[in-house]
Design a protein around this ligand. Structure first.
Ligand code: HEC
Length: 203
């Protein structure tokens, strides 16, 4: 499979990730940062808005990743993933008035390390019996509302950069090790929970 096709598959996968449609509200404290938004919304409105934002982020990643692949191939795309993730978060914050981030218990970028409350959300999803739908979560803090949307290892191509030794090329491993010496985001298997989108609104 050529690299561009492979990456397009990855991106398509991200878009199609079957994150949850149902709602769960939990009044724990989590999600500490947000940009201003004029809102006193219902749970459903927050969930819908967050879902739209997560999809927009994914779409931007696809466009940018496709361009990066054209220019330099997978090792370049790995490097690019780093800066691009930051650019996407910033630009979407401006457009939607919400803060966009990702978290993972086994993070590659330390910026994506979850706080204690977020780790509990990820672990609760993790412990659900196989086949259970992972529900989006809303957490209310004093000044923010944060929505978490699960991200799954939904197709084999994810494993090219997040799988075990048998899944990843040596070049890819080297590139990841150089960029992320403390990487925790390998050893995944198909269908496993990879992390979550974290969309924060100011109340
Ligand atoms: C070309 C290699 C590559 C592929 C393929 C890939 N990723 Fe990643 N992924 C990365 C890199 C590099 C990062 C770190 C980005 C950063 O620095 O913010 C990352 C970060 C993430 C994060 C953020 C949490 C963390 O660990 O820092 C999630 C979630 C994620 N990837 C999910 C996926 C999923 C799901 C797939 C398959 C649809 C996938 N990735 C495919 C390279 C890849």
């Amino acid at each position: 499979m050529n690299i561009k096709y492979y990456c397009l598959l990855v991106c398509t996968m991200i878009i199609l990730l079957p994150a949850c449609q149902s709602t769960t509200t939990d009044k724990q404290q989590a999600g500490t940062q947000a940009s201003p938004i004029d809102s006193t919304l219902s749970d459903l409105e927050y969930l819908t808005k967050a879902d739209t934002i997560a999809l927009a982020a994914q779409k931007r990643l696809i466009q940018a990743l496709s361009k990066a692949i054209d220019e330099g191939g997978i090792p370049y795309a790995i490097d690019f993933c780093h800066t691009n993730a930051l650019v996407i978060k910033d630009s979407l914050s401006g457009i939607y008035g919400a803060e966009v981030a990702r978290i993972s218990a086994h993070y590659r970028n330390p910026v994506d390390k979850p706080n204690a409350a977020e780790l509990e959300i990820l672990q609760a999803w993790q412990q659900l019996p196989e086949g259970e739908t992972l529900e989006m979560k809303i957490h209310y803090a004093t000044q923010t509302v944060t929505v978490y949307k699960p991200i799954l290892i939904g197709m084999p191509t994810c494993l090219k950069c997040h799988g075990g030794a048998e899944d990843m090329d040596v070049d890819t491993r080297v590139a990841i090790q150089q960029k992320y010496p403390e990487d925790l985001a390998t050893g995944y298997r198909l269908g496993e929970l990879r992390g979550a989108w974290k969309i924060s609104f100011k109340r």
